[in-house]
Design a protein around this ligand. Sequence first.
Ligand SMILES: [Zn+2]
Length: 495
Amino acid sequence: MPSSSEATSRGETDPITLGRRIRHLRTTQGLTLDALGEKVGSAPSLLSLVENGRREPRLGLLRSIAEALGVPMSELLSAEPPSRRAALEIALDRAQRGPLFTTLGVPAVKPSQKLPMPVLEQLVGLHEELARREQLAIATPEEARRANTELRLEREARDNHYPQFEAVAEQLVKAAGYTGGALTHRTVARMAEQMGFTLLHVDDLPRSARSVTDLHNGRIYLPPASTPGGHGLRSLALQALAHRVLEHDRPRSYGEFLRQRVEITYFAAACLAPQFVAVPFLEARKRERDLAVEDFRDAFGITHEAAAMRLTNLATHHLGIPLHFLRVGADGALFRGYANDGLPFPQDVTGAIEGQLICRRWAAREAFERRDRATEFYQYTDTPAGTFWCSTQTGSMSPSGGPDGGSGAFSITVGVPYAHAKWFRGRDSQVRRSSGCPDPACCQRPAPELTDRWAGEAWPSGRMHQQILAALPRGAFPGVDDAEVYAFLDKHAPE
Ligand SMILES: [Zn+2]
């Protein structure tokens, strides 16, 4: 939703603030609208519209007004409200012009000089609280799914490549002495030091937070360094740093929270497999027609999932290969997905793909049927959208799950359209499956003979999916228990 405050932050003139600044200067100089109108050769009614932010003045008029008031143009165009009172009047005006106010069906109050300050303060306070509650209310699961879908479509449209994050990551790892291979924990700590932070490992992190940063004392608290498979820690530390590097503010909505999550994950991945090393590596493997996620993973010492996701950042932009990525649970439900190659993901009515059951014939599910799960599984799949080649690796999480939840067995898949299979190891796979999904006859409807036998005789009791009903805890940061976080920081703060 484009708001006036956003326009201001982009350096554009906000007509409401501009109007208030003009009125403030005019009244402090004891000028009436008529008097100013005479000086600038404009009708007082037009000036009134400008002062009320209802009309944007032409540049010529603006120049005349500045001249008449004896101030430089920049004084008029400043984004600062001229006084506390003006700030409140602007806030009230803005609130009453917003979509939320119109849904209330109550009369507006003119934010004029006649309104006593305490009344203004209270009205603005109420509007702010109303807006805050509205923001929280939309973080329902459905809105969260919509926001998430919007972000995924945006990433797919730009081939999941963000040059600005690549650049800042490259600059920071180079400054910390990185030249190639796996980014060591020591180098990550040096990056933190160079930004004024110390990494500290604690075993009592608040359960709702993945890491906590003490901005006052320059400390980043992370889970214990001895966590098995602790290479995720570099990523967590980098993600915590990313909030500072990318100058994040507190997320004001669930959509913003998700966007920040995408950005910090991207930044961490771009540090762990920096473009200036990763791209030449991938280009060489492509020339050899021996691209493999497992090699990419091992060359940079990252998880299979991180390597697969990182491939989506680089493969299309740098290697000209469209591709898809899936993380699927053993139950067949999609946990996370990305595709800019036309793979037909199942979707719900909001366009969300998370939680949807994917086709039983896809490699991401067929891989669970294999005995040997130590190596990647390769499969060609014919779908209504064409033939895809996929490479799938299965694995399992500890029962407590990863930093983002998700436990039990899962599979990580990277795949490409048939024409691009030639660049990958495993292209000679003889495994070929046919998928008709989303046609329910493909694999969702029970076989007719089984239906004949069991329809009316089966009574399974459904499992409740917790995330469907759970709203995000309210607080300064969506999803985070502030009371727990502040108590934690207080406990660990230096004397
Ligand atoms: Zn199917």
